[in-house]
Write a protein that binds this ligand. Structure first.
Ligand code: NAD
Ligand code: MG
Length: 387
């Protein structure tokens, strides 16, 4: 850290979390500096961002798209890098203090892995990387003295609530879930859901993949697995409760019955900023409550019949090993097929279950094994394409 300024690399700067991160940096009154940006397909926006924030590095992660793009002028202080090697060079730059991992899906694994290996503080939004490779990633962090701080709002809430006690005193983590757009839908209604309906989330504006994951509640399944590794808590001590207002972002129940919750309006800028400012708190751009209006908070148990993804999440968290990687990869492929109109909404979770059950389970896989299974799971899901 030079002159007290924190250099931030934003992996996935053109996405929903990436753009909010740039807002947080802009509002930090010089405490944070955007040192590097990466983008995959929206290169025009990436170039605009580069002119706006003048980073040291700009990485175009897809070499093919990077070659085709008419770059024109880059800001004089910015150098262009390409591909996974470019991301690895950016995160390992000794001048980078914090890496915000905000790419979507397993494609984020290499950059996140490289940042952890380079002993950085990693502000982790890319939950799929931890779901797939949790034990390996946490070991790598321990070996290299890297810190992984959650950006996911539920995990940020738990991270904050945990500070009220010690780990031996924790009885349960309670993840809240909005329930998505179909929380009141019957099984019949759910079978007829369109892509457009599934993309209309009631409380959060997010990228497409996580929005579909919220509608199936696979997002919560992935979050159970994420919490299992991030906080080293067994799967059966992680509960889910539906809370449609998305005001209580999650809770920690302690052994004496005390429940610590973290509340704030649904705005990712707060958990993003906390992962950057920790252990400090700063004034910032996140939304604040207006206490002059009445506010109701509802909580109720999820329906495991209509949302079968949740039990898959618990199962994969209990199994560990290769289960998270297979579930996450199958889901990514199934969501992509649904978005293309090639798979029905209600087939996403059965496809994932089938692939999870078929795979050859391994308790202590290597990273290479996980990557091979990732490719295999995607292939298996393609057999579900509707005729
Ligand atoms: P998004 O689709 O809006 O953005 C994704 C970003 O990843 C883009 O910058 C894109 O360039 C990059 N990207 C896409 N494919 C890539 C590839 N193959 N290689 C490298 N980079 C690639 O997604 P998002 O909603 O910002 O979500 C990002 C991550 O944060 C996801 O893992 C998601 O689960 C997590 N998350 C998001 C939210 C939210 O509110 N959006 C909340 C919690 C967690
Ligand atoms: Mg979340």
């Amino acid at each position: 850290m030079a002159n007290g300024v924190i250099n931030v690399a934003v992996l996935g700067s053109t996405g929903s979390i990436g753009r909010s991160t740039l807002d947080v940096i802009a509002a930090s009154r010089g405490r944070l500096r955007p040192f590097g940006l990466t983008a995959n397909s929206r290169l025009e926006e990436a170039l605009r961002q580069a002119w706006h924030v003048r980073p040291r590095w700009l990485v175009a992660t897809d070499p093919h798209l990077a070659r085709q793009f008419a770059w024109g002028d880059l800001p004089p202080e910015t150098e262009l890098l390409v591909g996974d090697e470019g991301v690895e060079r950016l995160v390992a730059d000794p001048e980078v203090d914090i890496v915000v991992a905000a790419m979507v899906g397993m494609a984020g694994l290499r950059g996140t892995w490289a940042a952890v290996r380079a002993s950085k503080r990693v502000a982790l939004a890319n939950k799929e990387a931890l779901v797939a490779a949790g034990p390996l990633m946490m070991d790598l962090a321990r070996q290299n003295g890297a810190t992984i701080l959650p950006v996911d709002s539920e995990h940020s809430a738990i991270f904050q609530a945990l500070q009220a006690g010690n780990r031996q005193q924790v009885r349960r983590l309670v993840l809240t879930a909005s329930g998505g757009p179909f929380r009141r839908h019957s099984a019949e209604q759910m079978a007829a859901v369109t892509v457009e309906q599934a993309l209309a989330h009631p409380t959060w504006a997010m990228g497409k993949k996580i929005t579909i994951d919220s509608a199936t509640m696979m997002n919560k399944a992935l979050e159970i697995i994420e919490a299992r590794w991030l906080f080293d808590v067994p799967a059966d001590q992680i509960a889910v409760v539906v809370h449609p207002q998305s005001i209580v972002h999650s809770m920690v129940e302690f052994c004496d019955g005390c429940v610590m919750a973290q509340l704030s309006p649904p705005d990712m800028k707060l958990p993003i900023q906390y992962a950057l400012s920790f252990p400090e708190r700063w004034t910032g751009p996140a939304l604040q409550f207006d206490w002059s209006h009445m506010m109701e908070l509802d909580f109720y148990p999820p329906d495991p019949q209509r949302f079968p993804a949740l039990s898959l999440g618990h199962e994969a968290a209990r199994l560990g090993g290769t289960a998270g990687a297979v579930l996450s990869a199958a889901n990514e492929a199934a969501v992509a097929l649904f978005l293309e109109g090639d798979l029905r909404f209600t087939e996403i979770v059965p496809a994932c279950r089938s692939v999870l059950q078929q795979h050859t389970f391994e308790v202590h896989p290597s990273l290479e094994q996980l990557l091979r299974l990732d490719a295999w799971a995607r292939q298996e899901v393609s057999k579900w394409i509707c005729a």
